[in-house]
Each structure stands twice: as structure tokens, then as C-alpha cells.
Design a binder for this molecule. Structure first.
Ligand code: DGL
Length: 237
């Protein structure tokens, strides 16, 4: 049995790297769904149809655990996927708001896709974790994930300057990256607002380890062999 992982392109590779640091021996299958990027602009119905196809592909290829390495797909589809495929363990990615609050940062800025920012999950995370004296700013960043996917540096920098300009004077001490594409441009973000930047990758990796232990899973060990598929070039869904 293997570990499957997917995202709307290369963003989820940032999560896969964290998982491999913690669990270097296992065999992985990664699906980068660049054909359907950006997920952040799609309806829930569309996303459920797409992620169901990807899950079927991963399950047919012997994956017992599926990591949804995408905040948008996690908030929109995880509950449905768990119901559709009850024998598979789904692990999602959520913005690390809890980590930021637990570390007592004062002015926290969450950057994510529009779909994630407007989700019930983010509303709950803020409500459950925000302490007295803490401020959490939510900023949707349309087109940023797709510009990162396309590696369009000029567009990335102009979007970041536009989205961050209002927060420069707010003493932001922590930025939470609520989209798995954003760690790829962490340095560019830090050049505009210098502060601690956190993402959900390590938390996901810890959860994968926990689920393997909890379920006594015997998974293929093959020194981190990873099969990588991209839906633009591989006809898998
Ligand atoms: N990487 C994804 C996330 O974590 C989504 C980017 C997108 O396709 O909009 O939300």
C-alpha cells in the first residue's frame, strides 16, 4: 500500500516535501492537477467531480492514505470524499491558524484563495483559536496560485505588492500561508513584509505519521520512491 497525494498542480509538492522529511521510507504517488488549476475559482460541484476522479485513480493504484495537499479542496470536498470512499484514510490541509494563535502572535495575516477565505472551516478556525488581544486579518489572493503554477514572476510580484500593501503598517508578526502554492514564494512575501511565515505542511506530515500508527498500516517501504503525474501531460483522469 502507498500514500497518495494531490493538489491543483505543484503546490502540494511543498506538503509532500514535509511528509518525506518525517516519513522518508514510504512509496508515494503524487497527482498535480494542473489541467484544472485554479481550484480556488471552481464551484463545489466541479471540485467534487474532479477530486472524486483523482481519488479513484489513487485508490486503483493501491493508495490507502490520500493526502489532500490543497486547502481549497480540503475545505470544499474532504467530507464528501470520506463518505464516498470509507475504506480510505483522507488527510486534509488546513491553514495553520491554530499554530499561529498558540504561539501568541499578535497580528496574524492569513493569505489564501477566495474559496478558502470564505469557507466555514476558516470561520471556525478563527472562532476556536483567536485569543484576547490577537488580531487575525483574512486576505483572499485571487490569481496568485495560478500565477505561481505558471511561474509568472512579474505577475506574482505585482499581485503580492497589491495584496500586501494594506498590511504593511499593521505590525504583522505572523503570516499564515493558507494555500499550498504560496510557500513557493515565501521569500518574495518576506521581502514585502518581514515576519514569521508558517504553513500547514508540517502539521499534515505529523497527521500522516499519526494515522499510520493509529491504524497499524503496513505500507510499501521503498526509500521515498515517488511516481509523479500531471493531468496536463498524463491522461489519468
Ligand atoms: N494549492 C491550493 C490550495 O492550497 C489551491 C490553489 C488553486 O488551485 O486555487 O488552496
Amino acid at each position: 500500500m502507498k500514500i497518495g497525494i494531490f493538489d491543483s498542480g505543484k503546490g502540494g509538492l511543498t506538503v509532500l516535501n514535509e511528509i518525506k522529511k518525517l516519513l522518508p521510507d514510504y512509496e508515494y504517488i503524487y497527482v498535480g492537477d494542473s489541467k484544472n488549476n485554479p481550484y480556488g475559482e471552481k464551484s463545489e460541484e466541479e471540485l467534487i467531480e474532479i477530486t472524486t476522479k483523482i481519488s479513484k485513480f489513487l485508490i486503483c493504484n493501491n493508495c490507502k492514505i490520500i493526502v489532500i495537499a490543497c486547502n481549497t479542496a480540503t475545505t470544499r470536498c474532504m467530507k464528501t470524499l470520506r463518505k464516498k470512499f470509507p475504506d480510505t484514510i483522507f488527510i486534509g490541509t488546513v491553514p495553520a491558524i491554530k499554530v499561529a494563535c498558540d504561539n501568541n502572535y499578535k497580528n496574524i495575516l492569513l493569505l489564501a484563495t477566495t474559496a478558502t477565505i470564505n469557507s466555514k472551516r476558516v470561520e471556525e478556525l478563527v472562532k476556536d483559536n483567536k485569543k484576547e488581544g490577537q488580531e487575525i486579518y483574512l486576505k483572499a489572493c485571487p490569481n496568485l496560485a495560478s500565477s505561481i503554477e505558471a511561474d509568472n514572476k512579474e505577475k506574482i510580484n505585482s499581485l503580492l505588492n497589491e495584496y500586501l500593501k494594506d498590511y504593511k503598517g499593521k505590525n504583522i508578526d505572523c503570516i499564515v500561508l493558507g494555500c499550498t502554492h504560496y510557500p513557493i514564494v515565501k521569500e518574495e512575501i518576506n521581502n514585502i513584509i518581514h515576519c514569521n511565515i508558517i504553513d500547514g505542511g508540517y502539521g499534515v506530515a505529523k497527521e500522516v505519521k499519526h494515522q499510520i500508527e493509529l491504524n497499524n498500516l503496513i505500507l510499501n517501504k521503498s526509500n521515498s520512491k515517488t511516481a509523479v503525474y500531471n493531468t496536463l501531460t498524463d491522461n489519468i483522469i
